[in-house]
Ligand binder design. Structure first.
Ligand code: MG
Ligand code: MG
Length: 630
């Protein structure tokens, strides 16, 4: 697949944009006129800069209000086009994008438009240039690629072709199958953008809310399947107008864009025989969370160890060569890494106690790793002592790690090979925790789409619609990524405002990471009782909450009383009931959650406001010493 991106998609000055685009691995770039006009160098300088970075200039855009002008304006319009041709030749690109006319002066008429294009095609041909015509969704007379194609067809000139743009076609819900009958050599370039499904004016939606394929809700894959069916093998070029992207990091946005195109090509290849894209293993099915690893040290390590003990975890192994311990309860494994060297130690120096690594159990770790690398994931390697297991690993949220493990490296073997297993002397009965239910990661709001694309492209996961969680100090966006079976559930919270709890966590932790871990139990009341016996201090929920929840759901007062006594929160959806119990926070806002699902599929979003209010009340005032539980 030949990849390209329009400069308008990124923030910064033109040189910075080009550098980011080349670095992300694109083959080409569309030069957006305003980026070019704002730059001090000559067109030749820009052309040289792109070529020196290994980028082809796929086109120059946009040329507006061309076709169907009345005679009084027609010759001036052609003069304007000739001036653009001059610039294009100096830039070193052979194609201009002409978008359908929006001018009030424009006259309709498909043959008039075709005649204009035929003449422009003649003029372009004399200079060895090409003209691509794109239907804007809000064009005055032409707002549908089928009509634009009819004009190109009637223009009947080899230097005139069609430009398809997924946003313009999909935002107007035009049948993508109409693309399949267009000859591939008449499709000059294909522009791609996705967008969240929002009901608003097309122009405003397009100019501010486009995002990368796979980040939004439009059927961009179906659009590309139709394009691929024509045999098209030219550039797929991102054209993303998004306020957040234009305010973000050019490198990060370019990297997301490149990943989105690789992922898109991979999806298209599943259904269409096409030269587009490269073969890679399928999205990795995730069977569960193998372990969660914390980096910690000193007094915080003592506190965290005590905290795990109260939660009913038992130390089951000590690492053969490193200062690392393995704790387990049910199918939940927690690794505490106190090693003084290596990545964990560096992460501790940066973030303090931190759940910095996650092991995901996949079908085939080598396949999952190969796919992750094909999708631009950053590999991670660290030397291990001879005989120890080396899991393939990639960098995840906040620079943390994701280990990929499979049945060939079963956890039993991992424990035996890397750990001296402790005799089961202090085998307590535990508190009934069975598995990791979900992992809550907090990221800066402008990184949410990055990680959404990361998880959904590499792993066989799906997203649910983003919801807003009201923190008393502002709104936090929450995005769920999960497998169909629930074997992996991630809730990602995006904070813009540091006064929100999520924002505070980001600021104090110097970056994104796991903010809470939720464990499942089959009987939350029994778990709560055992926790209490062990000295667990729950997050105290306001008594007013229980009056409300009892009335709202028509609960049995006796059950409400038991929930109140144990500080258990309640929610219900069409599938069943949900019970939640929170610990107090550890360090700078990390906490544990315990949940019981009776068929329920959500994450208790309606309770988040009560949980956040309670956490804020409990969190230490500035300057007070930390304690493990409150
Ligand atoms: Mg376009
Ligand atoms: Mg939760």
């Amino acid at each position: 697949m030949k990849t390209s991106i329009a400069t308008v998609s990124l923030s910064g000055e033109l040189p910075e944009k080009l550098e980011a685009i080349a670095r992300a691995g694109f083959d080409g770039v569309e030069i957006f006129e305003n980026d070019f006009l704002a730059f001090d160098g000559s067109p030749r300088d820009v052309g040289k800069m792109a070529r020196d970075l290994g980028l082809a200039i796929t086109l120059f855009q946009p040329f507006r209000d061309f076709e169907g002008m009345p005679d009084t304006l027609r010759s001036r319009t052609f003069d304007r086009a000739e001036r653009k041709f001059d610039v294009m030749q100096e830039l070193g690109t052979d194609m201009v994008l002409i978008c359908s006319n929006v001018s009030a002066a424009a006259l309709g008429g498909i043959d008039r438009a075709a005649a204009d294009f035929r003449e422009l095609g003649e003029r372009a041909a004399r200079r060895g240039l090409k003209v691509g015509y794109e239907a804007l969704a809000w064009g005055r007379f032409i707002n549908d690629h089928r009509d634009a194609w009819e004009i190109v067809r009637r223009a009947d000139h080899p230097n005139v072709g069609l430009i398809l743009d997924s946003f313009h076609t999909l935002s107007r819900k035009i049948d993508v199958n109409s693309i399949r009958s267009i000859p591939k050599d008449k499709i000059f370039i294909v522009q791609l953008a996705d967008a969240p499904q929002i009901d608003m004016d097309l122009l405003y939606w397009s100019r501010h809310f486009r995002n990368m394929p796979g980040e939004g809700d439009l059927p961009v894959t179906a659009f590309c399947e139709a394009v691929a069916a024509t045999g098209y093998d030219g550039y797929f070029s991102l054209e993303i107008f998004n306020d957040q992207f234009r305010g973000g990091s050019a490198r990060a946005i370019a990297a997301d864009g490149h990943r989105s195109l690789i992922y898109l090509a991979d999806q298209v290849r599943q259904t269409v025989e096409t030269p587009v894209g490269v073969a890679m293993p399928k999205r990795a099915p995730v069977k569960g969370v193998g372990f969660v690893e914390f980096t910690t040290d000193g007094s915080e390590a003592t506190e965290l160890t005590a905290f795990l003990g109260v939660l009913g975890f038992r130390k089951v192994g000590t690492h053969r060569t490193k200062q690392v311990s393995l704790y387990q309860q049910g199918d939940v494994r927690i690794v505490l890494n106190l090693d003084k060297s290596g990545f964990a130690n560096a992460a501790f120096a940066m973030h303090g106690t931190f759940a910095y690594a996650l092991a995901l159990v996949v079908d085939d770790a080598a396949d999952a790793y190969a796919r992750a690398l094909a999708l631009d994931a950053e590999p991670f390697e660290q030397s291990v002592a001879e005989g120890e297991l080396q899991f393939p690993a990639i960098r995840g949220v906040g620079g943390g790690l994701i280990y990929l493990i499979d049945e060939k490296t079963p956890l039993g073997r991992f424990s035996e090979i890397d750990f001296v297993l402790d005799p089961a002397e202090d085998e307590g009965q535990g508190t009934g925790l069975t598995r990791v239910d979900h992992i809550a990661q907090t990221v800066a709001y402008d990184q949410m789409l990055t990680w959404l694309l990361f998880y959904t492209s590499i792993f066989e996961t799906q997203k649910t619609p983003m919801v807003d969680i009201v923190d008393p100090s502002g709104v936090v966006r929450s995005q769920v990524i999960e497998t169909a079976s629930g074997s992996l559930r991630i809730t990602m919270n995006g904070a813009e405002n540091r006064r929100t709890l999520a924002g505070h966590f980001l600021a104090e932790k110097f970056g994104s990471g796991i903010q809470h871990l939720a464990f499942a139990t089959d009987d939350i009341f029994e778990t709560a009782r055992r926790l209490q016996d062990g000295g667990f201090l729950p997050l105290v929920i306001s008594p007013n909450y229980y009056d409300d929840v009892e009335a709202r759901f028509g609960l049995d007062p006796e059950m409400t009383e038991r929930m109140r006594a144990a500080n258990i929160l309640y929610d219900r959806d069409e599938h069943g009931e949900y019970f939640q119990l929170y610990s107090r926070t550890f360090g700078e806002g990390f906490f544990f959650e315990i949940v019981e699902r009776r068929g329920y599929r959500g994450y208790g979003a309606p309770n988040a406001i009560f949980r956040i209010a309670a956490l804020k009340k409990q969190m230490r005032p500035e300057g007070m010493p930390r304690t493990a539980q409150g």
